[in-house]
Structures are given as C-alpha cells and as structure tokens.
Design a protein around this ligand. Structure first.
Ligand code: 0PR
Length: 369
C-alpha cells in the first residue's frame, strides 16, 4: 500500500484495465459458473453489507435463507427437509463429512466416492483424516454400485453419489446406492452441486433426490445453474438433527449456537439466489434448463457432423468428445482422460454454439490415417 491514496477515478481506471484482462464469458465454454441473472446482481448489491453469521441482526435477510431452503426442500421432494446456505459445493461437502464422521462412534472413518467425485472430497478427507475409498465407474461414467458395496466396512460413515458429474455430466445410480446404504445403515449424500438445478426441470431425468428414502443429504449450488452470484451453495438434509453435533457456543452473537463452518457469511448471494428463484419460478427455471439442454444436443450433433464423437450422452448440460483442439479465442477444458469438455451454461447461447461450430469447422483438419 502506498502512503498516499489514489483518487477514485484513477483507481477505477486501473481496475477497469485489470478487469479487461479477464476472459469474457462470451468465449468461456469450460466454466460451471455463469453471468448472474440481472435480478441476482441487483439483490446482491442491495444486501451487500449483510452478515448471516450473526442472523439476529439481519432477520429480514435470514428469512430469505429460510425461503430458499423451503424452495429447495420442495424441489427435492421432501417438504420437511432442513438445510443451510454455504459458500458452495466444497463447503457443503465438508459439512456433510463433519457430521457423518462421528456417527456410531466410528474411530477410523472412511467414505465411498465414485471415481468421478469432485476434488473437494479429497480436500475434506485430508482435513478430517478420513480414508477416501474410490469406486470405479461403469462404461457410462456412472458409479459401479456393486463395486461400491464391496468397499464398505464397519468404519464406512458415508456413501457419496454425484448428480451431474463435473467432467461428464452423468448421474450415479442413486436408487441402487440407496438400497445399499439403507441395508448397511450408512448416510447417503448426493452431490448435486451442478445437477440439482438441472435434473428437476428435465422430463424423465434419473432419480437423485429425497424421493429415494435413503438419501440423507443433497448439496446444490445457486452460483452454478442457479444463475446467482458467487459464492452460493445450499446443503439440504432430510433430518436437521444432523447439524446438532456441529453446534458450537457463540455467546456474544445474537444466536447462542452455530453449526455453520464459516463465521461471517454473506447475505448478498443468498438474496441473489432467492431473487432468481422468486423471479423465474419453476416455469422460468425449466425454460432456462430446456434451452441449455437443447444447446447441448445441438453442440453434440454439430461436432458429430465433423466426425468428432461424443464420449457419452450426458444427463445434464456437459458435453464431452474425443480429444481435439479448438481454435482461439474459445476456452474449453479437457477431462482427466484428455477428453474435450464443454459446459453449456446459460451464457453459452445458441448463437454462441453456432459460431463455435463455424470456427471449429474452419480450423479442423481431419486425420487421414
Ligand atoms: N461438486 C461438484 C459436482 C462440482 O462440480 C463442484 C465444482 C463442486 C462440488 C465444488 O463446488 P465449489 O467450486 O462451488 O466449491 N465444479 C467446478 C470445478 O471445480 C466448478 C468450476 C466453476 C470450475 C467454474 C471452473 C470454473 O471456471 O471444476
């Protein structure tokens, strides 16, 4: 920091320059975040200084969190479910392992995750000294539930299924995993960070939610397909007694106990998430998801017309293909198997897909061997 401050006009001139170095969303095909809906931005700004870490000071903001939880409970088919907001999928997954690891007096806990699980589980297990047992995938990139069953022992405290995997957009066989978890009395968590705001709006989508009786918790991120501002996650639990063993005393706050991981918690992105759902309603969310899925299908069809085959037909708006380079300035990503991966987020419009396909077609030189 310099001794003398910078006048605001100079400061913002500098900040604009730095911001212009960022890649615009118009060419980002690799992200699970998107341009927030305008109502989310407006609500976020309105609630900028609110702190849900001390909710008694902000009862109005706290009521928006309650509303959001009720809407997610309804969306995931358990009106009585509880929940709380988090900073995103990583924090939600950490919280699940915090409350499951101590159940039934387990001393050396382990969890079962699919090979497709997000790397947040590796972080969470490292933090809490939990062994992470990795179940292989089947040929459709879904967790092999029989192999998962074979990894369980008396120290297993949680089975994780993913609804809308990060790399291939697939949903694990949650009903079959539910049967296994139920037989063994093990908590079943569904990581729906991405798919939680997609699958409920698709007809004939694979089952993943609380309608499967053994599902104990579901995480979903408004800052992904909820089109809200960063950071925004929701952790839903069938029975909110789960949170009891996370409670700590918070004597000098307006509430005397807290189970959240973070202390100061933004109300702004909660208001943002609330605003999107209130404004779009189920019909608007369905229209948004339908558009993303149509664009995903169009992209797959367009790439296959060039002879680039899809890896799998995804359950959500993540398209993967055999490895191939794409022209600048498009930004794509590659999976750990080096497959091309494109996430058809709301900012990836139909026009965007068409111009990507034109650019790709002009640059692509097919192999002639
Ligand atoms: N669970 C799943 C299934 C996820 O896909 C992700 C993130 C998480 C948990 C963790 O969520 P948070 O990042 O909110 O803690 N998936 C993407 C990823 O890490 C997120 C992402 C977003 C990546 C934008 C890149 C990007 O540009 O790959």
């Amino acid at each position: 920091m310099d001794a003398d401050g910078l006048p605001a006009d100079e400061l913002f001139c500098y900040l604009t320059g730095r911001r212009n170095e960022d890649i615009p969303y118009t060419h980002i095909l690799s992200s699970m975040c998107t341009i927030p809906h305008p109502v989310a931005v407006k609500a976020h700004n309105q609630f900028m200084d609110t702190n849900l870490g001390d909710p008694g000071l902000f009862p109005g903001t706290a009521s928006l969190e309650d509303h959001l939880i009720r809407w997610c409970a309804d969306l995931f088919q358990a009106p009585g479910a509880g929940g709380c907001t988090t900073s995103g999928g990583t924090e939600s997954n950490i919280q699940v392992l915090r409350f499951t690891k101590s159940v039934n007096g387990i001393k050396k806990p382990n969890i079962i995750v699919p090979a497709s699980a997000h790397f947040s589980f590796e972080k969470a297990c490292g933090m809490m000294d939990i062994e992470m047992r990795i179940a292989p995938l089947d040929d459709q990139y879904r967790m092999d539930h029989e192999a998962a069953a074979g990894l369980i022992d008396r120290n297993t405290c949680c089975i994780v299924a993913v609804a809308g995997t990060t790399e291939y957009g697939m949903t694990d066989p949650v009903p079959a995993l539910g049967k296994i978890a139920g037989q063994e009395g093990i908590h079943l968590h569904v990581d729906a960070a991405f798919g939680g705001f997609v699958l409920p709006f698709i007809d004939d989508a694979p089952a993943f939610d609380f309608s499967i009786p053994e599902v104990g918790s579901i995480s979903v991120d408004p800052h992904k397909m909820g089109m809200s501002t960063i950071p925004s996650g929701v952790l839903m639990v069938r029975d909110d007694h789960c949170f009891n063993n996370l409670l700590v005393e918070t004597p000098y706050l307006t509430t005397k106990q807290a189970y959240s991981l973070t202390g100061t918690r933004p109300g702004a992105s909660v208001a943002g998430a609330y605003a999107v759902m209130a404004h779009l309603g189920k019909k608007g969310m369905k229209a948004m998801v339908t558009g993303c899925m149509e664009n995903t299908r169009r992209l797959i069809e367009g790439m296959e017309a060039f002879g680039i085959s899809r890896r799998v037909t995804p359950d959500v708006n993540v398209a993967t293909f055999e490895h191939v380079e794409v022209p600048k300035p498009w930004v794509v990503s590659y999976t750990r198997n080096q497959d091309l991966r494109i996430v058809c987020m709301p900012h990836v419009t139909r026009d965007c897909i068409e111009s990507f396909l034109v650019d790709f077609g002009e640059s692509y030189v097919p192999h002639t061997d």
